[in-house]
Ligand binder design. Sequence first.
Ligand SMILES: Cc1ncc(C[n+]2csc(CCOP(=O)(O)OP(=O)(O)O)c2C)c(N)n1
Length: 613
Amino acid sequence: MDRNEFRRELAQQLRVDSVRCSAAAGSGHPTSSMSAAELMAVLLDGHLCLDLDNPNDPRGDHLVFSKGHASPLYYSCLKAAGAIDDAELLSYRKHGSRLEGHPTPVLPWVDVATGSLGQGLPIAVGLALCAERLDRLPARAWALCGDSELSEGSIWEAFDHASFERLDNLIAIVDVNRLGQTGETMHGWDLDLYAGRARAFGWEAIEVDGHDVEAIEEAFARATSTSGRPTVVLARTKKGAGVEEVEDQPGKHGKPLEDPERAIEQLGGERDLRVQVAGPEGGGERHRFEPPGGESPRFDVGEEVPTRKAYGQALKALGDVRGDVVALDGEVSNSTYSELFRDAHPERYFEMYIAEQQMIAAAVGMQRRGWKPFASTFAAFLSRAYDFVRMAAVSRANLRLCGSHAGVSIGEDGPSQMGLEDLAAFRAVHSSTVLYPCDANQTVRLVELMADRDGISYLRTHRGGTPVIYGPEERFEIGGSRTLRDGDDVTLVAAGVTLHEALAAAERLAEDGLRARVIDLYSVKPADVPALGRAAAETSAIVTAEDHWPEGGLGDAVLSALAEAGESARVRKLAVRDMPGSGKSEELLREAGIDAEAIASAARELVGAASLA
Ligand SMILES: Cc1ncc(C[n+]2csc(CCOP(=O)(O)OP(=O)(O)O)c2C)c(N)n1
């Protein structure tokens, strides 16, 4: 069998195995797999450079199935390459199998989870960027995309960013099979239109018949020798190619074939071909940055410092002592203060411009290659990338995120700039950590803790200055809290800006003869269940105050902790309930009913001592 014949046969095997495993599962996307069979056969046989026995070798390529629903094809490729056996292939989608409905890093060859369309290409941009600028190794990132997937805005963030960064180690393969889930895509088989767009973005664009192995070979050879810009291979294909009953037919997406036996027959029957995927050759150590050394910033008690500024200083200092820390920002580095890191460590700083999805995707790619990315923007704008954060959790990614300008306390800029749902959003992410410092020294310690924290860690910072209340030697733990004032009549729980309001409220209550306990819940998730449980048992009245909507934030974290502790208390949740406008920080805190006066009166009411006022 000559090489072209082998590749054609391999493609048929990939189709047959996609049909077989979907039939065994009773679900899956065989037709989406069948269109890209020749593309993957040629890629595996001669272009992909990956040691399947050592998928973490930093010299190896990445293969990201951006169209993650074509998982039958991906798993059939793994079988053809000898990474999994036929029995495992047929466990596809069964409970307990590593071969989930869409690929996840439960399998060692899967870099990142896909299945939410529009994410694989931006993550591949991050992998390519990381290989080029951080590791400085010739690893490539290949992304297989669907054509319907190209409607996602995040795909065009990726197109823009990849050419700006001149990523010639990035190759996108688009399986233009004309059909999406429910019908034809916007542009059908108009490959010229896609090519025009890609070229306008600064990419090399190659149009090809996606079922012609010789043409694909030429396209990949050209793609891998293009320098100075990324390449997209636009392949005209037929969905369900090779099986009459489904080929290029609408209504056949996401279902196993009705007559798999007949389909396998039409495809020439089962085969057991093995493809040798070439591993990376030659030496090549990943680049390491020599940290210059330095000390953590220290702030004097009583100084007024915005926590966002302390974040920037802490991050810069972390970069001074650790070469593996990198930073990304969404074109607001002079607001989040990540510019301090940028100025000190320019080679480890990535300006992601106003493309928050691409920013998170790039961070996911970088952490996959062993770096420790910190990504920052306004808390409000991180919400644009929420699905990327959700999927990062499915990828078991270790990400550190910072959202600045939280809450109404930002003042004059108004509600479009206020992060008021971030605590809820990040608490809801699987195995996340949510931290919310009230002063500069605490911010520094929490940023240091984030560096070695697994999973998705989120730090919430404020725009305005808050007084430093903790000395620079104080230590904090994730999952801990600080009881700043003891008292048995009522407990006030707060964090960030409202912690200072709670302390002022406690002073006012003391004047009334009420002894308030004040808890700084800087670790919103995991929350300090024992301390909150004790507070409920000993004071039986709790007021929570947060610069956040009432749903899902600090107050709800306290209620969950009480449920977990098996304690109950009368709880009053103070939070922002009406749409804020512009104004001074104090005015907006007062209007929202989360300032010292509001906290004190809620406490008085709750303990039934309003008459003392
Ligand atoms: C963000 C997102 N929206 C919707 C879906 C549901 N979905 C799964 S596959 C698909 C169609 C994809 O078409 P295309 O990208 O052309 O791939 P094909 O299956 O045709 O190869 C849709 C809408 C999804 N997985 N992700």
